[in-house]
Design a protein around this ligand. Structure first.
Ligand code: HEC
Ligand code: HEC
Length: 409
């Protein structure tokens, strides 16, 4: 990935001093700008921001060991192993979220190392097993981490503008209690003492800062930082005594670099957007009402220090709200005010690039159960039932045009 980036920079420099033709002779195999790549940085950053982005890029690919604070129980050894090349993960690296549901109450079993299973362990220690009193579990695959800065830069009011019943759907925000925050919020505005979440498959994380602190603790596993000094351990075995690194395992600077990296990754590039099938598919996607939830266009607010994230028109194809998707997609595990059958509308930007990071195939929806776009649509029930019916009423040629459109995103 890195090498390709460097190659691109070199190519730009070389192009600016010699002619295109001469350059092509010199480098016959020089690649055209690669729109299938999920890596790249937004424009307009200061040199200091670019440097932080580069440090965060390294950290994102860093392999964590026990000597770097990993564990004693953990999920994976690198952010990039799940969010492969910034793209989506696959069921092979899914994480398991569990808990105990009794009637209307839910316990994420924090005393037994909930909410996420950390099944691996450093040498000489034993990984977590699902506690016997857990009666629900859901698999989650990693979403893409491209374009997140633009999502961070959306005003709460922009998200709220599409909430509540309209056009036959009723998306709701995940209102998150600030007691669950690792880092106090500066940007978002509280509503009745609660904040609107926007990251994660149930929109549980309000900020990228919080998502990073949570990921260090639960997605990697056991990596402490100034904002969270809790070491998870296997509750059946007890605390681990061989901690190599004094807590915090990583510095506040380390967390900040990761946040900068996530904030400043470009949005996934579109491909084939002028193809006639793609254009027809985009029109059908609108006509049958997929756009009610997968909202094509939004405008960001002002994010101080980031002119190219501020006041930008973006095309995320999401409303960042939670929808009742029916019992088939009910994972049994609620989060905050998000119920077990509610999911955040998956942003569709970059969805056509999924096979690049999913081993050449497709794994769609929160747990990767759908292996084609048409199958993913067939799992759209609950609030999305009418749109699924409208899709199924199309001719197979029209359905393929929608697939062509999705592939172009
Ligand atoms: C075990 C696989 C795994 C690892 C390792 C992992 N993640 Fe994730 N990541 C996920 C999953 C699954 C989600 C969705 C979580 C949810 O819904 O709560 C996610 C969500 C995210 C999101 C929110 C994306 C969105 O669209 O809202 C960010 C940002 C993120 N991870 C960053 C990181 C960082 C930084 C690291 C390393 C410190 C990391 N992840 C390590 C699996 C992983
Ligand atoms: C009621 C809101 C709603 C409507 C209407 C809707 N979707 Fe979705 N869509 C969702 C949600 C929520 C998810 C995520 C479900 C999950 O993670 O399990 C999703 C996921 C998807 C995915 C999988 C994306 C991924 O990365 O895994 C595709 C593809 C998709 N929708 C296409 C469509 C199409 C095509 C239509 C119109 C026929 C449509 N959707 C209509 C809410 C909606």
């Amino acid at each position: 990935m890195k090498i390709k980036q460097i190659y691109k920079v070199l190519t730009v420099v070389i192009f600016s001093v010699i002619t295109l033709e001469a350059c092509q002779k010199l480098f016959p195999a020089a690649p055209a700008p690669d729109n299938t790549l999920a890596v790249g940085v937004i424009p307009g950053l200061t040199p200091a921001q670019l440097q932080e982005h580069a440090l965060g890029d390294d950290e994102f690919s860093q392999i964590f060991t026990q000597q770097q604070g990993l564990g004693p129980v953990f999920n994976n050894i690198s952010c990039n192993n799940c969010h492969v090349g910034n793209g989506k993960g696959s069921p092979a690296t899914a994480l398991t979220r569990f808990g105990r549901a009794t009637g209307r109450t839910f316990d994420s079993l924090v005393s037994e190392n909930g909410p996420d299973l950390l099944p691996n362990a450093v040498p000489g220690y034993t990984g977590d097993v699902l506690p016997p009193d857990a009666n629900v579990q859901v698999q989650l695959i990693a979403p893409t981490i491209m374009g997140l800065g633009f999502i961070a830069a959306l005003a709460d009011s922009t998200i709220l503008a599409n909430a509540y019943p309209h056009d036959g759907v009723a998306g709701v925000p995940n209102y998150v209690n600030p007691t669950s925050f690792f880092i106090p919020q500066a940007f978002n505005i509280p509503f009745n003492g609660q904040y609107i979440g926007r990251f994660g498959r149930k929109a549980t994380r309000v900020s990228l800062q919080d998502q990073v602190v949570f990921a260090l603790a639960n997605d990697l596993g056991g990596v402490t930082c100034d904002y969270n000094m809790v070491k998870p351990y296997n509750y059946l075995v007890g605390p681990y005594t061989g901690n190599y690194v004094q807590d915090p395992d990583v510095s506040a600077g380390f967390v900040n670099h990761l946040v900068m990296y996530l904030l400043t990754n470009k949005v996934p590039p579109r491909r084939d957007s002028a193809n006639s099938d793609v254009l027809a598919g985009a029109q059908l996607f609108t006509n049958i009402g997929c756009v009610t939830c997968h909202i094509p266009t939004m405008v960001t607010s002002t994010l101080p220090g980031f002119p190219s994230l501020s006041n930008q028109t973006i095309h995320p194809f999401s409303d960042f709200l939670l929808h009742d998707m029916g019992s088939e997609l009910d994972g049994g595990v609620p989060e905050g005010s998000a119920q077990s059958f509610q999911w955040r509308t998956a942003p569709l930007w970059g969805v056509g690039l999924s096979p690049n990071s999913q081993g050449g195939g497709l794994f769609l929806l929160h747990d990767g159960r759908a292996t084609s776009f048409i199958q993913a649509i067939q799992f759209h029930n609950g609030e999305a039932s009418a749109r699924k019916a409208a899709f199924n009423a199309l001719t197979s040629q029209q359905q393929q045009q929608i697939v062509a459109f999705l592939n172009s995103l």
